[in-house]
Design a protein around this ligand. Structure first.
Ligand code: SAM
Length: 280
């Protein structure tokens, strides 16, 4: 493992490692939620570094699921028999990994899907992204000030293209109930969902595919955030402007550039892949 980076090698390591360990039955949950666990420095052959690595593997390759009202990221074993999860907010704080059979579910299973089926360079850095990109002091206030210029009458409905781990939500720029996000990295979306389980919608897909298939309609969102890392051609950028009713906000690292599109979007001169759009 390169420090903090999680690749398929780490997944393979975990699958072999988990199979070799002695799993302890969690007696306190015997009636309510039967499961087993391995714990650092007590389960033979398990160190803190192993647990942290396992926590990162689970969050990079797993997918969201519900335990009653809580949203967790679960990794299911290749044979579908087990799922693993950890509980700690920071991966470096983890001390144990839990394991339950997949036979039992708890409560309504309506967690968003993050499975894009696409391998991306962002997958391996997802679990260290937030620590390595802490953001500048006062960033939220600075961005809020420039967004105030394009604020409509009501709280904005927002689409975030290339949302990553959810910086727009982290900064409190919009409410999760009015926020939809696209990203093609399952691991990045997992990070977003674990921090913001109330997110209204996540679309695990390539932005270009969403545009080509007319997934969103003209003026559907008040604000559209577009990360500069999403490579779009001129026509695709024009399509993005059409989806926004008030503004497109380009994010390039610490630079946020607001484009007022309130004129453009009403003109409707550029078709939003109208020929492939499905009926509502
Ligand atoms: C540099 S990160 C920044 C994420 C976030 N906007 C932020 O400011 O923290 C760029 C994100 O865009 C996503 N991305 C890049 N190209 C994409 C595409 N064509 N479709 C969907 N997501 C894409 C990556 O997976 C990654 O999560």
């Amino acid at each position: 493992m390169i420090e903090g980076r999680i690749t398929r090698n780490d997944l393979d390591w975990w699958l072999a490692f988990a199979a070799m360990r002695e799993w302890t039955f969690a007696k306190t949950y015997a009636e309510t939620a039967p499961h087993h666990y391995v714990v650092q420095n007590r389960t033979p052959g398990v160190t803190h570094d192993d647990i942290v690595r396992a926590a990162r593997v689970i969050h990079a390759f797993g997918r969201p699921g519900k335990y009653y009202s809580l949203t967790k990221i679960y990794l299911v074993s290749p044979d579908g028999q087990y799922r693993w999860w950890t509980e700690d907010r920071h991966f470096t704080d983890a001390t144990l990994v839990n394991r339950a059979t997949t036979e039992l579910n708890y409560g309504i299973q309506n967690a968003p899907s993050t499975t894009s089926g696409i391998e991306t360079p962002y997958d391996e850095v997802a679990t260290t992204w937030d620590v390595e990109h802490p953001g500048k002091t006062g960033e939220a206030d600075r961005v809020r000030r420039i967004l105030a210029k394009v604020h409509g009458k009501y709280p904005p409905h927002v689409l975030d293209l290339g949302c990553g781990t959810g910086r727009v939500l982290d900064l409190g720029l919009v409410g999760p109930e009015r926020y939809a996000a696209i990203d093609f990295s399952q691991a990045m979306l997992n990070m977003l969902v674990r921090k913001h389980p109330k997110v209204a919608a996540v679309y695990p897909m390539d932005v270009r595919n969403a545009l080509a298939t007319g997934r969103f309609t003209q003026g559907q969102f008040d604000w559209v955030f577009l990360d500069d890392a999403v490579e779009l051609d001129a026509l695709q950028r024009a399509q993005v402007e059409q989806i926004a009713r008030l503004a497109v906000i380009i994010i390039n690292g610490d630079e946020w550039t607001v484009h007022d599109v309130s004129d453009v979007s009403v003109q409707g001169t550029i078709a939003l892949a109208a020929d492939t759009r499905t009926a509502p």
